[in-house]
Each structure stands twice: as C-alpha cells, then as structure tokens.
Design a protein around this ligand. Sequence first.
Ligand code: PMP
Length: 408
Amino acid sequence: MNPYLNDFPILQEKENGRRLVYLDNAATTQKPLSVLKAVEEYYRTENANPYRGLYSLSVRATQAYEDARHTVAEWIGAGDDSEIIFTRNATESLNLVAYSYGLPFLREGDEVTLSVLEHHSNLVPWQMVAKAKGVKLNFLYPDASGRLTDEEIEKKITPNTRVVAVTHVSNVLGTVNPAAKIIDAAHRAGAVVVLDCAQSIPHFPLNVGELDVDFAAFSGHKMLAPMGVGVLYGKKALLEKMPPFLTGGEMIEYVYEQDATFAPLPQKFEAGTPNVGGAVGLAEAVRYLRKVGYDTIQKTEAELLAYALQGLAAVPHVTVYGDKTGARDRCGVISFNVDGVHPHDVATILNEDGVAIRAGHHCAQPLMRYLGINAACRLSLYFYNTKEDIDIFLESLKKVRGWLGYGA
Ligand code: PMP
C-alpha cells in the first residue's frame, strides 16, 4: 500500500464504477488534503486584498502572501525573496521573460537557442520575439534515446546566442536535459538561460543558486498546488533592468497623467490583485513535498517507471518513444502508440476501466514531427501511484486492439 495515497481525496473516488487510476500527472497533479485545507483556511480566516488595506485582515493576507514567497525562495535556493515573481503558471512566466527581456534586449542578428523538445509555452513566445526583432531561432535536437548530446549543445550555442531557453525535463519523453552543461555553454557565449522547470520541480530538487541559472519557470498545479499560481525566478540584476510585463494596479510607484514610475521588485512584475490563496496553497505543497522528500519521490517513481517500461515491452504492437531503459536521467513520463489505433481511441478505451492517460500532441508539435508521428499516448507518474495502477493500465491496454476488431 502506498503510504501517501490516503492523503489525496480524489484518488479515493470512482471513475466509471472503478477506482480512479490517475496516470496524467504531467498535465496536472492531484492535491493532498493539507493543501486543500490550507487554501480553505486562508479564505476562512485571512482573505483580504493584500498590500492596499490598512486594517489587520489585509495585513494578514499580505503576510500570508509574502510568507509563501519566502517559502518558495528558500526551497529553490534563491538569494532574495524579491527574485520570486508569482504568475498564473509556467506559460505566463515564460511569456514574461520573452516580453520583458527578449523584446527590449535582443536585436537583429541575435540568436535564441531552444530545443525541439520544447512545450509550445517555451517556443511560441520566442517565435514572437524572433519575428518582432529579426532574431534567429536555433534548435537542439535529441539523439534516438531523447538526449541532448554535448556536441549538439556546443554546436548550437554560438557567439551570437543571446538567450538559451530549454526545458529541464521533456513533457513527452521524460528525459532530463543536462541543465548544468547548457548553462555553462550559454554563459561562455554571453547568453542568459531560461529553464522551463514545469516538469522537473515536481520530481527533483532545483537549486537556482548552485545551477547559476538566470531564469526558471514553473507551475504550482504540477506540484500538488492549486491551478492559477506559477513562479518565475529571475536573477535580481536582470529583473531590475527589465521593463514591466503587465501594467496597472499594485505594480506602480507614482502615476501621473502621462507617465508612471514602477514599484520595486517583485511588485513591478505583479500587476493587479494577486492569487494569494493559490500562493498559500503552493507554500503548503512545498511543505508537503519536503515531508515526503525528493529521495522518496525519485525512488518510488524510478521503480514504477522501470515496472511500466518492462510491462509495456511485453505488450505486442506497442511502440515506446525515447529512452526505454528507465535510466537515471529520466522522469516517469512514457509516450507510446499502439499499432493501428489512434491515441484518442486508446485513451477513450482506457477511460472505461477508470484509467486516465493523455493522448494528443502534448503541446509539442515540432517534437511530434521530429518523431515522425502526429500524436501519442502518454502515461505520467507521481509518487502516489502504485504498481497496481500500472497493472490495471497494462491489462486495459492489452484489450485495446481487440476492441477495435484486430486479432492478436
Ligand atoms: N512547460 C512544460 C514542459 C510543460 O509540460 C507545461 C505543461 N504541460 C508547460 C510548460 C506549461 O504549463 P502551464 O500550462 O501550467 O502554464
């Protein structure tokens, strides 16, 4: 029995009369009771618009929000709380960098290096910058096992590269990109690095100070917190010289009829009423993850990943993409297809057995094209999954071709 399962109320629910087998954790994770309670408690006892009010309740809401910022800063090794910008999600964090760093500081002839593994959220904003500023986009391509080689990194980061924007973990192949090597190559070329940590921070520690990364983006909802709160970490010196992204209330100092001056960090990048309840939930998620411990998370997921890969290898007519060995530089995400069956049909049939997996292009269409496919099924694990979940998944998967009239 997984000791964490009972902490997650939704995992006790039934789906189509069966126990819910939730294997879509790369899309969003489920929420433990402690996070649900923390959010409820905030709204029951501390809710007010922060910063503006001079009454005690507003002061308490401000304190709760700033405490959450401090918890996140400490957790990812940021040097200063003001380097933590609360956003809605990783997508908004990545757009913030593209709009407030890419547009003002890049010019024609500059280059941005991405990987073909990027989620659209870390690609389309840079296409916008490229078109607006005449910047060239270079792409890192993985080898057959889904990995970015040293040679590829050295080749694609050039003296003209000004920004390297890469995902830490592929949301399709689960491979962990060599962040330290990429950051080293980028800094040698005089470029800044934007690390998309949406799929890494739920599974292994991030220390922005040790990595010396310039920007890091992630979403709360993929690491047990509510939807609607995300984080952008940025080095203070960079954030300070960047213009605001969104403008309006909360982010100003003085406003005149024709002009305005801006608040110091982090408020300069947090226009409008913030999601205090979300931030409180995120801080509680951090405390919960700390209690479980990344060692346990990694060990549990590695075992489940090996078990799932082994099980899938024994199902006829299944193709798994990327690494099939469950190597260490790999998270619990497996993309696969079943011969002759559209991924949407696979997911729909599995749903009959209460199994939730993802099917589609996974917001990574260039990678799909690179793999020579239009879409794939994706199973993604978290530490609350069990071997029984994978057994149910595999049994259900074995029935798929039969349902559609294929013989063995
Ligand atoms: N980057 C990666 C690698 C992702 O997997 C995702 C979510 N699928 C995102 C960015 C975007 O996250 P969000 O939708 O929470 O902004």
